[in-house]
Design a protein around this ligand. Structure first.
Ligand code: NAP
Length: 179
């Protein structure tokens, strides 16, 4: 599996979940986050400023794409014949960063393509319930198989400082405000 944007909030959790279920994981993010990604269990890491994962020749059974900065046609080259591509999408990056409608046109395009392209999951109404999902996450947390990545913790009376750090400080992990 490849997690693109593995150093962010969603990616760090996706990486750990994949490892908890026994996947071999390649994690893509910026250089400063690569050692953190290795410590979370990544088998291989790629610095996106130096290497384009769609050009490297490696093939993945699953690409879990958070920034969506490469077009699906390029990601398809990095999939095995039965491989799947899942887009989370991030308003800030790449071709997903469109004004006004944001990610909606891209998701609609991928939903339409999924009718013809086996690499894209079909829209489905059978999602696990939030209760079941939380129960699984609780078990994995208790077993130490997933750990939140915490950058800094602030007391409630320093909440404005916490928000400033979140915006300007480029935190590597979550910023926590304690009551
Ligand atoms: N975190 C949550 O709890 C949560 C909950 C619900 C929804 N969401 C949504 O889910 C999406 C992802 O959120 P997130 O919290 O994971 O975002 P995030 O913390 O900003 O993470 C995005 C990651 O992608 C990396 N990145 C930037 N450019 C890249 C590139 N060209 N190639 C590969 N990686 C690149 C960023 O690294 P740099 O440091 O280099 O920029 C960062 O580590 C967002 O749309 C968010 O609104 C998040």
């Amino acid at each position: 599996m490849l997690v693109n944007g593995a150093g962010g909030g969603v990616g760090a959790l996706a990486l750990q979940l994949a490892k908890a279920y026994g996947a071999r994981v390649t994690a893509v993010d910026s250089a400063k986050k690569l050692s953190m990604l290795r410590s979370l269990g990544a088998d291989q890491v790629i610095d996106y400023t130096r290497e384009d994962f769609t050009e490297g020749g490696a093939r993945y059974d699953l690409i879990f794409d958070i920034p969506g900065n490469r077009p699906f046609s390029a990601c398809k080259r990095a999939l095995t014949p039965q491989g799947r591509y899942v887009l989370i999408g991030h308003e800030k990056f790449g071709e997903s960063g469109k004004p006004i409608l944001g990610l909606i046109p891209l998701f609609l395009k991928l939903m339409f393509l999924s009718l013809f392209v086996k690499h894209l999951p079909k829209p489905s109404s059978s999602m696990p319930s939030k209760k079941d999902t939380i129960a699984v996450l609780r078990e994995l947390l208790a077993a130490g198989k997933i750990t939140p990545v915490i950058d800094r913790t602030y007391p409630l009376n320093e909440a404005s400082e916490a928000i400033r750090y979140l915006i300007e400080g480029e935190p590597e992990g979550r910023v926590i405000i304690t009551p």
